[in-house]
Ligand binder design. Structure first.
Ligand SMILES: Cc1cc2nc3c(=O)[nH]c(=O)nc-3n(C[C@H](O)[C@H](O)[C@H](O)COP(=O)(O)OP(=O)(O)OC[C@H]3O[C@@H](n4cnc5c(N)ncnc54)[C@H](O)[C@@H]3O)c2cc1C
Length: 425
């Protein structure tokens, strides 16, 4: 029989970072309660990473499942902190020694053109809901927002996620054109081999399909695109090498997926007709010493739709002070907030990197600090009072109440099986 846990930590968000932290707490015999807003705890692996990453998804799901089924880990799905549970109450009243925020970054950074928000759904689309739709629309039970893929779309971005947005459009356009010719191609094959190779197999080429394709607009130069990261402390020569690598990655993607790129274009104005966004005005830019400067030269570009993919930021959470678009962390290493001395944060909500490995590494770092320094368990010096049996019972009672509220009977595997759509990829 497992020993009774002496310490308890709440984890907010059960995906890559949250599950990793819970797994580490389990190894130290710490009770953890993982609150997850969705039915399934896979976060951006399920709803961000495009669905053609079949093997990676499966592997990451398995890692999350493994962590969340460890001893001392209690899962509370369909429970959003800030809506179903108050953060302050969780931190102060439940009896947890600490709380770790692993809620990721789910809000799109707003396109900074005055008045743009009025056109969401009328020509303007943001990346997060768009990719969510792409990853789920094939499921019979999907009842969320629907997007139509239109030729000649403008994508504003420059990071890896924006390349995925462009790819979604190009791949969907190609699949549709092939379907119209009676050819059922596979998304995964098209993504892996690239559009020209698959078309060639059917004696077709892009021009014949009559598709214009979409255009990615980026404020900086191709060699600035963060498609390959510059190692910390890189020399000038290493930096130049990375920059060349970035341009090569972009070239390769353009060859495989046939989209266009306009670099050194910053969006500055809206083109509106009949209360609908029909394009953007861009200012040409100069990039010097890493700084972007707008020039007086502007161009108007029409497009069938505009997708903004310029970064994801954390959702506002009641009680948490913001500094601009981000949480006002006092300490960006451990994700400390001035008003919550027992709260830590890990993963994308702090790193903002949008990378699985970075989220996991950061969660290990924070959870390691929490167990070894904050609770000082590894030294056998218990800095904080252990749980009394009453306090443990009280936490577990509240956990059960929340689980019952959503119909979760305590078996993670059964729950996942029940809430997984039969046609998920
Ligand atoms: C288009 C796209 C492509 C990508 N491609 C790659 C790639 O190729 N390689 C790569 O390494 N990374 C990629 N990423 C990034 C990667 O998927 C994420 O960075 C990583 O999965 C983030 O993990 P996380 O645990 O920090 O956050 P998330 O996965 O965002 O997890 C946060 C969890 O918290 C839950 N949550 C949020 N708020 C609350 C709340 N208030 N209460 C309860 N629960 C809450 C969410 O539902 C979610 O499950 C991509 C991302 C996108 C968008």
């Amino acid at each position: 029989m497992t020993q009774q846990a002496e310490y308890a930590i709440a984890v907010i968000g059960g995906a890559t970072a949250g599950a990793e932290a819970a797994g580490i707490f389990s190894q130290h015999g710490i009770l953890s309660v993982v609150f997850e807003q969705n039915d399934r705890p896979y976060g951006k692996i399920e709803d961000g990473l495009p669905k053609w990453h079949v093997a990676l998804r499966r592997k990451e799901y398995a890692t999350i499942d493994r962590n969340l089924t460890q001893p001392y880990v209690h899962f509370v799905p369909r429970t959003q902190v800030g809506r179903d549970l108050d953060l302050r109450e969780l931190v102060d009243d439940w009896g947890f020694h600490a709380v770790v925020l692993t809620n990721g970054a789910w809000r799109d950074r707003t396109l900074s053109i005055e008045g743009a928000e009025a056109y969401v759904g009328r020509g303007l689309v943001y990346q997060n809901p768009f990719i969510y739709w792409f990853n789920h629309y094939h499921e019979q039970s999907y009842d969320g927002e629907h997007y139509e893929i239109l030729d000649d779309t403008i994508v504003v971005g420059g990071g890896l996620a924006s390349i995925d947005v462009v790819k979604v459009i190009q791949l969907e356009l190609a699949l549709r054109a092939l379907r119209e010719r009676g050819i059922e191609a596979e998304l995964v094959e098209l993504e892996t081999k690239g559009i020209p190779k698959v078309l060639a197999r059917h004696d077709l080429n892009w021009e014949e399909l009559g598709i214009q394709g979409c255009t990615l607009f980026y404020r900086r130069r191709a060699e600035d695109m963060p498609l390959v990261s510059v190692p910390e402390g890189a020399s000038e020569a290493q930096r130049t090498k990375v920059e060349r690598g970035r341009a090569r990655v972009l070239e390769k993607a353009m060859t495989k997926y046939l989209f266009r790129v306009k670099t050194q274009h910053a969006p500055v104005g809206l083109l509106v007709e009949d209360e609908h966004l029909v394009g953007l005005k861009f200012a040409r830019t100069q990039v010097e010493g890493g700084r972007v400067q707008l020039t007086d030269e502007t161009v108007q570009v029409r497009g069938s739709m505009v997708i903004s993919s310029i970064g994801s930021i954390p959702e506002r959470l009641e009680g948490i002070q913001m500094r601009g678009e981000l949480y006002d962390f006092q300490d960006w290493d451990l994700g400390h907030l001035a008003d919550f001395p027992t709260l830590f944060s890990a993963g994308n909500v702090v790193t903002g990197k949008g990378n699985i490995v970075d989220s996991r590494k950061h969660a290990r770092h924070v959870a390691g600090y929490m167990t070894e320094q904050y609770l000082a368990l590894s030294e056998g010096v218990k800095k904080l009072e252990p749980l009394t049996p009453e306090a443990r019972q009280s936490i577990l009672k509240r956990v059960r109440d929340h689980q019952e509220r959503v119909g979760y009977d305590g078996s993670y595997r059964d729950w996942i099986e029940a809430v997984t759509p039969p046609d998920q990829i």
